[in-house]
Design a binder for this molecule. Structure first.
Ligand code: SDX
Length: 436
């Protein structure tokens, strides 16, 4: 980051001495006022719950321009990556900062492929869950449990440990998600088949059985690969910030990623794709498109607590570029499967059209986000709704790891320790029980 010519001056109406604060510039996007010395100079904290105006770190990985609806991974527009690259190239880009050439891609893919199996002991963790356990409950447990198997590579300050942990996590997430799925449907786990692509292998472990050959459909394989790319990273979102804060204590990468999985589960974040699909199915049950108007009235009536899931975003105040690409993928998959008339897709398109013309949404700059269409395409592929967020976690693991490694690799990093505005009781004495 670069020191800007301008400085920020903080002055106080009570005559306290004003404070000069440095301003830093990044390569693109808003400048930052450096308040690191504010408390020492003024005895005051800043106040920003929800971090609406706070840059918690500097990063060179992902840039979002919310007003333009622009998303860049290491400078490359998501539209170009989703069209011209695959998820393995995207992983290499996010982790190491550049798109690999053919040899580099082959080597990276080989390294990932060599780590797709999990220790046989992992299956015994699953046995402790009920068969109807939510896949995200299983994933939160399994990902954390991985740290029990790699004592040789959990020192986050060791660059080799960071790199092998990154490869292991990227390689094993599909295996774990597929195991979580197979466990809930009572089918045997399918081992990875290393001659398949990353996405093809995942589809195989999800839908193949030992009883008959399973052929990966190339259109579905490409769609799955694109879903992974679209979810791979997204700046300092809630789960990435969780991974950074968790990792800042020096804990091992598996534990930090498990914290990210837990945070992503929330319906305001990664859980929105499951919530969005359930919302569409509820409207369908109520009567479908004819009931959209009634549903929208509920959404606009704040007292109802009903939100249009898959809409709105803290950063995007324009169309989420991932939603456009996801809608395209949706159309391709539905066409391939002969589901062009899928009622939920038609319902989603109708909802989007109405919302984008409705003042309530226009005024609040609420547009479809990545979760609005992702559920429809995953459901068409045959993925059960409760598994959607686990697939989001699978894809986001590379982003979490890249962000964690960027933080740990920064010599300036410290353990994250926010302060507070205390509004509780001031000091008072304990009265003996008989006098309370
Ligand atoms: C993801 O941060 C990331 O980058 C996340 C993510 C990633 O890749 O990591 O992009 C993935 O989490 C996408 C978001 C998925 N969540 C949803 O789709 C859930 C529905 N969306 C909302 O819960 C909401 O839009 C948030 C949580 C996404 C953003 O909330 P903000 O930024 O705190 O905005 P807000 O709640 O202050 O909303 C501003 C206004 C409010 O109304 P007013 O107080 O101004 O009258 O818009 C309203 C909100 O009530 N609003 C909605 C709405 N989202 C916001 N009203 C109806 N439906 C919605 N979906």
């Amino acid at each position: 980051m670069k020191l800007a010519d301008t400085k920020a001056t903080l002055s106080f109406s009570n005559g306290s001495p004003s404070v000069e604060l440095p301003v830093y510039q990044g390569s693109v996007g808003p400048d930052v006022v450096d308040i690191r010395k504010l408390y020492a100079q003024t005895g005051m904290f800043t106040y920003d719950p929800g971090f609406l105006s706070t840059a918690a770190c500097q990063s060179a990985i992902t840039y979002i321009d919310g007003d333009k609806g622009e998303l860049l991974y290491r400078g490359y527009p998501i539209e170009q990556l989703a069209t011209n690259c695959d998820f393995m190239e995207t992983c290499h880009l996010l982790l190491y900062g550049n798109l690999p050439n053919a040899a580099g891609k082959a080597e990276f893919t080989r390294r990932v492929t060599q780590h797709t199996m999990v220790n046989e002991q992992m299956q015994f963790f699953l046995r402790g869950f009920r068969r109807d356990a939510h896949p995200m409950a299983i994933m939160t447990g399994l990902v954390g449990a991985l740290s029990a198997f790699y004592h040789d590579s959990t020192d986050i300050t060791n660059p080799e440990h960071r790199d092998i942990s990154a490869i292991r996590l990227i390689a094993k997430m599909p295996t774990l998600v597929a195991m979580a799925y197979k466990y809930t449907v009572g089918q045997p786990y399918m081992y990875p088949k290393n001659e398949l692509s990353y996405a093809g292998n995942f589809l195989h472990m999800m839908f193949a059985t030992p009883c008959e050959p399973y052929v990966v459909n190339p259109v579905i394989e490409r769609a799955m690969d694109r879903i992974f790319t679209l979810h791979a990273d997204h700046e300092q979102n809630a789960s990435t910030s969780t991974v950074r804060l968790c990792g800042s204590s020096g804990t091992n990468p598996f534990a930090a990623i498990a914290a990210g999985v837990a945070c992503l589960w929330g319906p305001a974040h990664g859980g929105a794709n499951e919530a969005c699909l359930n919302m569409l199915e509820d409207i369908q049950k109520m009567g479908g498109i004819s009931k959209v108007g009634e549903f929208m009235e509920k959404v606009k009536d704040k007292s109802s607590g009903v939100k249009l899931m898959g809409f709105g975003h803290r950063v995007y105040k324009n169309y989420d570029p991932r939603a456009k690409l996801m809608q395209e993928t949706c159309k391709e998959v539905l066409a391939e499967l002969g589901l062009e008339n899928d009622p939920l897709f038609k319902l989603a398109m109708a909802l989007e059209k109405i919302a984008l013309e409705d003042d309530y949404f226009v005024q609040r700059k609420l547009y479809p986000n990545v979760d609005f269409y992702s559920g429809i395409v995953q459901r068409a592929i045959g993925i059960p709704v409760p598994l959607f967020t686990a697939i989001f976690a699978l894809a986001r693991t590379v982003g979490w790891i890249a962000q964690l490694n960027e933080m740990i690799g920064d010599p300036e990093y410290k353990i994250g320790r926010p302060r507070q505005l205390f509004t509780g009781s001031v000091k008072r004495d304990v009265a003996p029980l008989a006098q309370r």
